[in-house]
Design a protein around this ligand. Structure first.
Ligand code: ADP
Length: 315
């Protein structure tokens, strides 16, 4: 079994694992050192800068009553200028807050003050698969089995809740301290009309095919993304990447990609199924979890943090 290395191995900003502070990261004068959630009378202490996204700066925030460290997404209200920005954040909160699964970044709570909106999330201290892949370039098949299986379990749960993520990518596959996948960033997620709603709306017999297909079709977009992620992890670059967006779109439309010979036959067969041009022909999540790629071949029960920077030894 792989050896667990206690604590973060690396802390250089170019490496996976926790980031170290750089002076510019601390130039965040708008966010005080202590942040109070008045509704629950909780004080958080702002710690290390973890990263920044479209609107948000993410800091480690420690709940001073429990001493638990979270990742706090801090969104300045001054940056929420357009109605669609507001909608995006509201949707992210609305969707994410109801999800609770071992492979989904845990949403603890959100609150706001005059200056910011604060989203308090599970702290994923080993950052994301983007950082791992940048460092490693490619991963071994046992590692890909481990990560894609966890991703698919998380997606199965999300879909079961009637939600489509719509933005699955390496950067949204966060990693906990023990190297487990946590799906995050629900900014583009959407709720579908589930079967219950369809039944309530009218006689199912008369439902038009495009209405039924619509739901199915959108869920299958997440399956496609799993295929792209799996390809990228094994090959080291995305399946349809070219120098121009136009050419990339054309390759996506024509389902034009090449799986290099280094990928095993089971890996090849799963990628081909996930990237099937017809959404209805792609496997469902339960089907993909039963694929030979997962059942045949070495499947590690855990990964060492060392895997962020080196090929782990499996025994
Ligand atoms: P946005 O939705 O504004 O793009 P992200 O959710 O992508 O923001 O977060 C920006 C960055 O903050 C990420 O790339 C990552 O480095 C860091 N980050 C976000 N969420 C977490 C988390 N739960 N744990 C640790 N780091 C996180």
């Amino acid at each position: 079994t792989p050896v667990h290395t206690p604590g973060p191995l690396v802390n250089n900003n170019n490496m996976p694992g926790p980031k170290t502070n750089s002076p510019s990261d601390n130039e965040d004068h708008n966010v005080p050192k202590f942040i109070v959630d008045h509704s629950t009378r909780t004080t958080f202490m702002k710690g290390r800068f973890l990263g920044k996204g479209g609107f948000a700066r993410v800091h480690e925030l420690t709940d001073l009553t429990t001493n638990v460290a979270y990742a706090g997404k801090i969104i300045p209200k001054s940056r929420i200028t357009k109605p669609h920005h507001k909608e995006k954040i509201a949707r992210e909160i609305e969707v994410h807050r109801q999800l609770q699964h071992k492979h989904v970044v845990r949403f603890h709570r959100y609150f706001e003050d005059d200056s910011n909106v604060y989203i308090i999330l599970e702290n994923c201290s080993m950052r994301s698969l983007v950082h791992v892949l940048k460092y490693r370039r490619t991963l071994t098949e046992p590692e890909v089995r481990f990560f894609i299986h966890q991703l698919a379990e998380g997606v199965a749960y999300i879909h079961g809740e009637g939600i489509i993520h719509r933005d699955l990518k390496l950067g949204n596959m966060f990693l906990s301290q023990d190297m487990n996948v946590k799906i995050g960033d629900f900014g583009l997620a959407t709720r579908t009309a589930d079967n219950r709603q369809v039944t309530i709306c009218g006689t199912p017999n008369y439902i038009a095919p495009e209405v039924l297909n619509k739901c199915g079709h959108f869920y299958q977009a997440d399956i496609w993304a799993i295929g792209c992620i799996m390809y990228a992890l094994l090959v080291g670059q995305p399946p349809f990447e070219t120098d121009t967006l136009k050419e990339t779109y054309s390759r996506i439309t024509n389902n034009q990609y090449v799986i290099p010979p280094l990928v095993s036959s089971h890996g090849r067969s799963l990628i081909t199924a996930l990237l099937h041009p017809d959404p209805k022909s792609r496997p469902s999540v339960p089907e993909l979890l039963r694929h030979d790629f997962f059942t045949k071949g070495l499947f590690p029960r855990s990964l060492p943090t060392l895997a962020c920077t080196q090929v782990p030894q499996f025994t």
